[in-house]
Design a protein around this ligand. Structure first.
Ligand SMILES: *[C@@H]1O[C@H](CO)[C@@H](O)[C@H](O)[C@H]1NC(C)=O
Ligand SMILES: *[C@@H]1O[C@H](CO)[C@@H](O)[C@H](O)[C@H]1NC(C)=O
Ligand SMILES: *[C@@H]1O[C@H](CO)[C@@H](O)[C@H](O)[C@H]1NC(C)=O
Length: 194
């Protein structure tokens, strides 16, 4: 956390709840949360990533994400992780994200949206090397710890990179056209998925 955040958080412990409106994310706080999120997601240094995530997340953090549920074949709406330990250790056990680009950060007093682009999903031998774009909506508690984390992204692109086989339905509206209409030609990538 930024010094201002640390000071605000410390003051909050001493002051009555009525002044909790003082705890408002600055642009620098939001950038700091995103910087730490990136260290956690890349986890090039596991020790550092665990330290940063432990600082960032409330022990009671819940993560949601239908984009993950669908890949895991879990019912949509199922929490992905229900506490910080499960979230941190689950993420650190998975491959780190090689390349993360920040597209936008938008915040108010106690929440932020991080619009991102991941590259390198599936590793160097991925059958398809799609970029994966998505957004993370993080909500903070009164100590500026992340208490709820919602992530939604292009899970189809992620699935292709990680070797899922996805095909068109045989029949019906969404079946692959026999001959693409002249002006709406399918990309080579789209055609390969048949
Ligand atoms: C990894 O991070 C830890 C904690 O921040 C640090 O002590 C250690 O030196 C780092 N290791 C490397 C190889 O940078
Ligand atoms: C965290 O969640 C995991 C998985 O749901 C559960 O097994 C574990 O007991 C939880 N830990 C704590 C400290 O609540
Ligand atoms: C990461 O992705 C960005 C955006 O595509 C690109 O400009 C940059 O060169 C990449 N960095 C590495 C280390 O691959």
């Amino acid at each position: 956390m930024q010094l201002t955040t640390i000071l605000t958080s410390s003051l909050l412990l001493l002051l009555p709840a009525v002044v909790s409106a003082w705890s408002c994310l600055s642009d620098a706080d939001a950038q700091d949360i995103v910087d730490k999120s990136i260290i956690f997601l890349q986890h090039r240094n596991i020790t550092q990533a665990r330290e940063v995530a432990t600082e960032l997340f409330s022990p009671d953090i819940v993560q949601y994400g239908d984009s993950i549920n669908i890949l895991r074949a879990d019912p949509l709406g199922t929490p992905v992780y229900e506490n910080a330990t499960a979230y941190i250790e689950g993420t650190l056990a998975a491959p780190g994200i090689p390349n993360i680009t920040t597209i936008a950060i938008i915040h108010d007093c106690n929440s932020l949206v991080f619009f991102w682009q991941f590259e390198g999903i599936g590793g160097p031998n991925a059958p398809v090397k799609n970029r994966v774009r998505g957004m993370t909506y993080q909500q903070m508690d009164d100590n500026n710890k992340v208490i709820q984390h919602d992530v939604e992204f292009n899970s189809y692109a992620w699935a292709e990179n990680t070797g899922f086989q996805i095909s068109y339905p045989e029949t019906g509206t969404y079946a692959q056209p026999e001959e693409p209409p002249a002006k709406v030609r399918r990309s080579p990538r789209g055609a390969r998925m048949g």
